[in-house]
Write a protein that binds this ligand. Sequence first.
Ligand code: NOJ
Length: 555
Amino acid sequence: MTTQEPGQWWREGAFYQVYVPSFQDGDGDGFGDLRGVEQRLDYIAALGVTAIWLSPIYASPLLDFGYDVSGYTEVGAVFGDLATFERVVRGAHERGLRVVLDYVPQHTSSEHPWFRDALSSRDSAHRDWYLWHDPKPDGGPPNNWASAFGGSSWTFHEPTGQYYYHAHLPEQPSLNWRNPDVKQAMFDVMRFWLDRGVDGFRVDAVWRLIKDALLRDNPMDDGGESFEIGGAAAHTTVRQIQKYTADQPELPGLLTAMHAVTEDYADRMLMGELHLKLERVAALGSRGLDIAMNFSLIDTPWNGVDLAELIQRYYAALPAGSHPNWVLSNHDRSRLASRIGRKRVPGALTLLLTLKGTPTLYYGDELGLPDSPVDSEHARDCAELRAPGLGLGRDPQRMPMPWQEKPAHAGFGPDDVETWLPIPSWAGEFSVESQEFDPGSVLSLVKELLSLRKELAVLREGSITVLSAHPDHLVYRRGDGEDAVLIAVNLSDRDQRIAFPGSTSTLWSSHATVDERDQPTDAVTLAPFEARLLTGSQGNGFASAVQRAVHRRPE
Ligand code: NOJ
């Protein structure tokens, strides 16, 4: 069983990201909500994950679907109410699940009373809670800082004659984290939810929390790897290096102070959204964040050489004591099945769930769900609405979850109510109903792997050694003793033969029809796109011999 000791659950567990608007409509208005989450707690628990990460459920005008908060200690009416939220937390805890809440400290909504007050005059109590600056002599914005959603990140406020800063939409003004009152108020927000039993926070846009006090211009992207410094900027047209708008020297101190709030409570954690160079992400994992979210798998070309290099680079960069994390998909990026192709999904999920560290699984990936293109008439995401047709919109990866095979709205909500994003006619084919009793389905694969993670300590705690960097397959070992497990993933559409000296047994395969299972053998042939877990009793000798063997080409 997964250890539930204080401070350990998030190290050994797996996270399931629930994008609330799209998970389950519990009140029949076509939009997902907390009652819907409550109805699906049994499903989440049965997957075998440890924690649910809920996207924002606060009061919000929903211009960025909850990432624009107008009331941090209120549940948005469209999501439910505080009583329902408390029932979700209680229900989750009764099922052994933790609940991690999205926390949005970088910016508020422009509808937040703090910002309304800040707009009222230069002398208002909350003016300095945001970032205000005078225009340049020519009347232009203070510098070249660009918004993540395109255009300048400065908006002029005519009545008070100054610009305010917003890292994202003009309707998402950034808070001034150098102001002690802001810190106090935002730490109080954390306490409000911690008092209601949440087990931690996913801290939104945390890498952007502090901006350069001297307002120096950001350099433009040179097209090289340095672009990583702004994040892959999936929803922007602007290629600017976030040198002065992200990861400023004060950030680690601020994260430590934020973490201290959680330390007044037992067993709580912080995980932070960081789009920085991999080495920097790794470093911040030991500076105030329990988990520094690692999105690098999303951008790595899907071949054994690049994957092996990434994996080795990441573990080498992790300071002692900091904990690895892998994210394969989320609500900001094209879905896994659409990025790498449906046939590669089983291998990719095997990788996610057997690499060392805490995996983060995006709702619907356990069904192998692809993106669902949304036409301009139905587009909802601000990234699409601001730059239509450029492919920057995030609606396709936010399709409502298909629960049932037949009903018009796939069991997401009532058949006669239009859903907030369209559900395509093919959705039922991917539904939970069509997969749950099929041993060969992606859903069964995810459940089996999560159950193996619980059963085999070596998959949670064991060391990791990459044994092969072949373009067509990837082989690595978890653990190095008698209980070591080998993971072999065929990334190609051809058989891959992998020979071992001495005997090894297949413990598990992504392909239900594998006939070599349980048969001790000295070579396995992986079917196209197959992933396998193998055991052997040869310890280190076994592993190094495999390293030589896996480079043989298939016959
Ligand atoms: C990151 C979130 O993941 C994204 O969805 C959101 O638009 C921005 N932060 C702004 O909050």
